[in-house]
Design a protein around this ligand. Structure first.
Ligand code: MLT
Length: 334
């Protein structure tokens, strides 16, 4: 017989079950290092939309902006161990786990958005995807393009290497970037991305570099005044998925994830083309002062390429890896 008591027990059980389960069983979590309005969020939103369409609504995902799920470098480890599903982060924060992608953070290798699209969407990009699965346990399924990492500081206009000498500059914990600043004569301060805003605000450091889109998304214009248009790194920001999670999906689901990543990548290039100029104007309207480096950046380029490239041939997998990228871009091999 079906007593009231049994019924009550059953409904309590159903309630407990409902609270223990996420609202959508198939809603993935995507960590995003930057704030709203940036290229990382744009890539993420395009990916979520495409994923919902391509999986016929079976899968969705939610973005957690501003490093809510951990600092960018920590999200690589979390995804590798399967405690995080996806992450969108700057490529320089993957390099410590997958040194071969360092080729794309070597100074003055990627010289335009078109270069970035060509390499990431071509055969070399595919090889980097495979290396990164092997080295770091995460699969790159999409790329955001964010523009050149310009130098910002709170103290003075900088146009020459000499101007840099009395500035304390934060860099990501990335050996290539640390060595690049050393080639310019200063010892930069390596620091996690999640700590950077506070460090600029409290003047623990005077400056940092990141694209205009990121400076805006992170509200750095509130704590930085001067911008120098250096172009040593064109910022590329991968969308990664935990390889453990990817392997647990059916072939059809994997195909939906890959196709959604490709669609989001194409949207990212369009987003940057449409937004970068007006974001830059907005930063100027907010009081930032922009300068170009002296002599077409000649001294920055000369010092960085001569001193830094040879130091990293071994870690990126040999000089041939760099030459493969340079040749694919129609430039001379070294
Ligand atoms: C960094 O500077 O650590 C990253 O480039 C920040 C970002 O992901 O935008």
């Amino acid at each position: 017989t079906f007593s009231l008591r049994t019924l009550r027990r059953a409904s309590v059980f159903a309630m407990l079950l409902a609270t223990a389960m996420p609202a959508h069983a198939d809603e993935f979590r995507i960590a995003v290092g930057d704030g709203a309005g940036g290229t990382q969020e744009a890539l993420g939103l395009a990916f979520v939309k495409a994923l919902e369409e391509k999986s016929d609504g079976k899968h969705s995902a939610k973005l957690f902006l501003n490093g809510q799920l951990g600092d960018e470098q920590d999200t690589v480890t979390a995804a590798a161990t399967g405690t995080l599903d996806f992450s969108i982060l700057a490529i320089n924060n993957i390099t410590p786990f997958s040194p071969s992608v360092g080729t794309l953070t070597l100074p003055y290798v990627i010289l335009s958005l078109e270069d970035a699209e060509k390499i990431t969407q071509g055969e070399i990009g595919q090889q980097m995807v495979e290396k990164t699965i092997e080295d770091a346990g995460v699969r790159i399924i999409g790329w955001a393009y964010s523009g050149f990492r310009v130098l910002t500081n709170s103290k003075k206009p900088v146009t020459t290497v000499a101007d840099l000498q009395d500035l304390v500059v934060r860099v990501p914990k990335n050996e290539i970037m640390i060595e690049t600043y050393k080639s310019w004569g200063i010892n930069p301060t390596p620091m996690a991305w999640s700590e950077t805003f506070a460090a600029l605000q409290q003047k623990v450091v005077d400056g940092q570099d990141n694209p205009y889109m990121t400076v805006h998304a992170m509200k750095f214009d509130e704590v930085q005044k001067y911008v120098t248009n250096i172009r040593y790194i064109f910022s590329i920001e991968p969308l990664i998925v935990s390889e453990q999670l990817f392997q647990s999906l059916s072939a059809e689901e994997q195909a939906a994830v890959i196709a959604a990543g490709q669609e989001a990548t194409l949207a990212s290039g369009q987003f940057l083309r449409a937004q970068e100029a007006s974001i830059k104007e907005q930063l100027v309207a907010n009081g930032m002062e922009i300068s170009d480096p002296a002599d077409g950046e000649a001294e920055f380029i000369e010092r960085a390429t001569t001193a830094v490239w040879p130091k990293f041939y071994d870690s990126i997998g040999g000089k041939d890896v760099l030459n493969g990228v340079l040749t694919a871009l129609g430039r001379s091999a070294v």
